[in-house]
Design a protein around this ligand. Structure first.
Ligand code: SF4
Length: 590
């Protein structure tokens, strides 16, 4: 059996495993990561199953570059039916756990069923063990990491959930390497529903791609391309020096920083929590994922005061969620909230968004006993208590643990709640973009910034607020992101992954000639698989619409420019998108 593409199936109900080889022809067609995961998810999960029932499956998948010495080859993907949105869902995470999954000899692990008691899986090169997890059930993700020995053994790594996943909180993440998260759509709750606390991988296998003719030269070429952009990837470059918190300055400038739950597009207090503030106030050292030369991560600590914490972060999205949506004006307080989310295993974006929604709803008198509810903007300790209520499903927190869509419908908050398909927005207001906004709408799991990442391109276009001509440009970028998520490498090196380079990578891996059109046909097929999944689940083009507030309310940036979204023009862009993808006028794949 070719262990490079070996699949492990785990049935938690029967405590049985099977291995099989994924045929090379299938790998060539779907590549890995997002591509392979989408294909198997659509085929393996029965329509309309309960995402928190034993019939849901959770797929942990690598890409052909994972664990090779290609830079940033440290990521894995998780695919599942989302308990938060009911849609197809995918999440990715770096760190080092993916390398150990391949070192144990697996390209993909598909887990179904439900254990009758809490367990964790111990997966090595020679065996798969179902181990009792009763002693770690209830422990947070960092305690679990230490308990399972991930800090002590270099050949071992884990993916685990915290109390939020155990409690089936619908924004629960899977955590690895203490501070790395695969989240957004609730994979932690899927693991929790299966009584699966953690997966431990260990081994020493290395992908044979490392020894393949031409691969070393390809890696050298990529490294040179990265060296040629010192302002991004050098020791004084943006990633290493500032990291993602540097995004605060441009989003605030552009007017898309989601301030006070999207009631404004910029914060007057951004200098309290931008990259400079982080570096000056809490940075201890720069850290990075396995096999990455950039070390864009920031290990930070708050040693005294009310916000004592130690973590990797906060990254931009967490700053936007708590510093923006919840208006917390202190990087130390944001770091403390970030650490809490990591420990209990919840998505910081949805956590901040849910708290922002609670604050805004309370201020508008739209929640039961609004006047007595203790949560407000720039009150980090009140926000922390509310998060604890969510994680432990106490009082109103039990409703918010079900996610924004549930709360919106229960309390009739449709006029200002911000979500698409049930997922909270990432840290970029949709009224400040056009192409990127369309990708928010059509993204299969809701408004994540990572499906197209087109915001990073569109912001620099002179016509960034124009509607015409944006869809084709966005699709080109969305296709590239689908390839990056299939190969899988870190999106932060996307600047050097132009189409010619992507072609060269594909040809080197698979010894198969391919054109740009050939690669784009693959990505269209991959993206269409997730659309088919959603259509099968009952979603339609209506679910690609923005929240009503985005069409009705304008925000004003700091230069007095009004930012809004025209309903007709946005819908024209959706029509264009469906046509480009070869779907019918209702967005249904033909
Ligand atoms: S650029 Fe940052 S997030 Fe990406 S692999 Fe490197 S350290 Fe990890």
């Amino acid at each position: 059996m070719n262990v490079d593409y070996r699949l492990l199936r785990v049935d938690l109900t029967k405590r049985k495993t099977e291995t099989e080889e994924i045929p090379l022809e299938v790998i060539k067609k779907y590549i890995g990561g997002k591509g392979i995961g989408s294909k198997y998810l659509l085929e393996e999960i029965e329509p309309k199953i309960d995402p928190l029932g034993p019939k849901n499956k959770i797929l942990f998948v690598a890409g052909p570059l994972t664990a090779t010495y290609f830079p940033t080859s440290n990521r894995y993907g998780i695919l599942y039916k989302s308990p938060l949105t009911g849609t197809y869902a995918e999440s990715y995470s770096g760190g080092g756990a993916a390398q150990k999954m391949r070192a144990a000899g697996y390209f993909m692990v598909i887990i179904g069923g439900k254990s009758s008691t809490p367990i964790y899986l111990n997966i090595t090169e020679s065996k798969v063990e179902f181990k009792d997890a009763s002693e770690i059930w209830g422990k947070d993700t960092i305690e679990t990491y230490h308990y399972l020995g991930a800090d002590a053994r270099r050949d071992l790594d884990i993916m685990c959930i915290g109390p939020a996943g155990e409690n089936l909180v619908k924004i629960a993440n899977v955590q690895n390497n203490q501070h790395h998260s695969a989240g957004r759509c609730g994979p932690g709750a899927v693991m929790g529903s299966k009584n699966l606390k953690a997966i431990v991988f260990s081994g020493n296998r290395k992908p044979s791609l490392n020894r393949k003719k031409g691969f070393k030269e390809l890696v050298q070429k990529i490294l040179q391309k990265l060296r040629d952009l010192p302002h991004l990837y050098g020791s004084e470059g943006v990633y290493k020096k500032l990291g993602t918190p540097s995004i605060v300055d441009w989003t605030n400038e552009l007017g898309c920083f989601p301030t006070r739950y999207f009631t404004a597009g910029y914060s007057e207090y951004s200098e309290n929590f931008n990259a400079q503030a982080l570096i000056e106030q809490i940075l201890v050292k720069r850290v990075g994922c396995w096999n990455c030369p950039f070390t864009c991560g920031k290990y930070t600590e708050v040693k005294e005061g009310p916000y004592v914490c130690a973590l990797e972060g906060p990254e931009y999205e967490t700053i936007a969620a708590f510093g923006g949506m919840c208006d917390v004006r202190d990087i130390k307080a944001i770091a403390m909230l970030n650490e809490y989310c990591d420990r209990v295993g919840i998505d910081t974006i949805s956590a901040g968004s849910l708290c922002g929604l609670a604050i805004e709803a309370k201020r508008r008198g739209r929640l039961p006993n609004s006047d007595k509810l203790k949560i407000d903007y720039n009150k980090p300790l009140e926000i922390l208590e509310f998060l604890k209520d969510i994680v432990n499903k106490r009082g109103l927190g039990a409703d918010f643990a079900m996610g924004t869509k549930y709360v919106t419908e229960k309390y009739h908050l449709e006029d200002f709640a911000m979500h698409i398909k049930g997922l909270d927005f990432a840290g970029y207001d949709p009224r400040a973009f056009r192409g990127f906004t369309t990708s928010y709408g059509v993204s299969p799991e809701g408004p994540t910034h990572l499906r197209s990442a087109f915001h990073s391109i569109e912001k620099d276009l002179p016509d960034y607020l124009e509607y015409e001509g944006k869809v084709a440009k966005m699709i080109d970028y969305e296709d590239k992101m689908a390839l990056i998520d299939s190969l899988i490498v870190c999106k932060f090196i996307r600047t050097v992954l132009d189409w010619n380079t992507l072609i060269e990578i594909y040809q080197t891996i698979f010894d198969k000639r391919i054109s740009k059109e050939g690669l784009k046909a693959i990505t269209t097929e991959i993206i269409t698989l997730s659309r088919k999944f959603n259509i099968r689940e009952g979603f339609s083009c209506k679910d690609d619409q923005m929240p009503e507030r985005v069409y009705k309310e304008k925000i004003i940036n700091r230069y007095g420019v009004e930012l809004g979204l025209d309903y007709e023009k946005y819908n024209k862009m959706l029509d264009e998108y469906y046509k480009f993808r070869g779907w019918d006028k209702n967005g249904i794949p033909k």
